[in-house]
Ligand binder design. Structure first.
Ligand code: ADE
Length: 250
C-alpha cells in the first residue's frame, strides 16, 4: 500500500516512520510512504501557501492552488493511476471520526492521499472538489493534520498482511473485536510482590481462554459498556455479564 502525504511541514514526518513496525514494513516493501511539500507547488517568489480569509477574521487559510497542483501532479504521476482512483482524505476536526472500522476500510485501498490542513483551515474548494473523504481523529483540535496523518498511517499499516509478526495479533486487538483486550503479563512472575494470575501458568489452554474472555468482558463492561451493545456475545458471555451486574448491584 502507498500513502502520499501532503503537508506544509514535511520535517514533522522525519521520525515517526523510521522506527519499529512501520520502518520494517517499509523495508519489506509492504508499505510506501511519500511525503510531499505543498510549498514546493507554489508558483510565486515568496512561495505563498496561505492567505487571509475572505470576509475578515483572524488566522490564515491554506490556498487552494498549491494543494490542487500537488495532489493532481503526484496522483497522475504514476502509470495507470489517476486522481479519480485514489481516495483523497482531508484531515480536519470536521471529518468523520476515525476508529478501527475506518482503519479496516482504508486498509483495503492500494493507495491513499492524505492532506494535512493547518492554520485556521483549508480553502473550502479543496474540501468540495479535491477531497473525497474527510477524517477527524477525535473531538479535539490539533495544530494541524500532520499528527492525524501519522495516526492513520500507523493504524492502517499494522492491519496490512504480513506487517505484524503474529498474524493473529491484529485480530485480537482492543477494538478489533469490538471489545477491549484482556490484560497481558510477562516475566518475572513476581514483580515487587505483584504476581501473575496463576491460571496463566496452569498450561490449561481452555482455562486460560476462559479467563481471558472474562477479563475482556469485565474490562469492557467497566470502562466502555456501550461497546457491549454491538458485540457478538455467546450465551456464556451474557451469563457472565449478568453475574457481574448482580455482583455490582449488591
Ligand atoms: N486537524 C486539527 N485537529 C484535527 C483532528 N482532531 N483530526 C484531524 N485533523 C485535525
Amino acid at each position: 500500500m502507498r500513502f502520499d502525504i501532503f503537508t506544509l511541514f514535511p520535517q514533522m514526518f522525519a521520525g515517526p516512520f523510521e522506527e519499529s513496525i512501520i520502518k520494517r514494513a517499509q523495508e519489506n516493501g509492504l508499505v510506501e510512504v511519500a511525503i510531499h511539500d505543498i510549498r514546493a507547488y507554489t508558483r510565486d517568489r515568496h512561495r505563498t501557501a496561505d492567505d487571509t480569509p475572505y470576509g475578515g477574521g483572524g488566522g490564515m487559510v491554506m490556498k487552494p492552488e498549491p494543494i490542487f497542483r500537488a495532489v493532481e501532479d503526484v496522483l497522475t504521476d504514476s502509470v495507470g493511476d489517476s486522481v479519480g482512483d485514489t481516495p483523497v482524505v482531508l484531515l480536519t476536526p470536521q471529518g468523520r471520526l476515525f476508529a478501527q472500522d475506518v482503519a479496516r476500510e482504508l486498509a483495503t485501498e492500494d493507495r491513499l492521499a492524505l492532506i494535512c490542513g493547518h492554520y485556521e483551515g483549508v480553502d473550502e474548494r479543496v474540501r468540495q472538489h479535491l477531497a473525497t473523504d474527510e477524517i477527524s481523529i477525535g473531538d479535539y483540535v490539533l495544530t494541524g493534520g500532520e499528527v492525524p496523518a501519522m495516526v492513520i498511517v500507523d493504524a492502517v499499516t499494522r492491519l496490512l498482511p504480513d506487517v505484524l509478526g503474529d498474524p493473529f495479533a491484529a485480530a485480537a486487538d482492543s477494538h478489533a473485536t469490538g471489545l477491549l483486550e484482556h490484560p497481558h503479563y510477562t516475566r518475572p512472575y513476581d514483580f515487587r510482590g505483584w504476581t501473575v494470575p496463576d491460571v496463566l501458568l496452569s498450561g490449561h489452554h481452555g482455562e486460560v481462554a476462559r479467563w481471558r474472555r472474562r477479563q475482556v468482558l469485565r474490562r469492557t463492561w467497566e470502562r466502555r459498556p456501550g461497546l457491549l451493545e454491538q458485540a457478538d456475545l455467546s450465551a456464556e458471555d451474557v451469563e457472565f455479564l449478568e453475574a457481574l451486574r448482580v455482583e455490582n448491584a449488591s
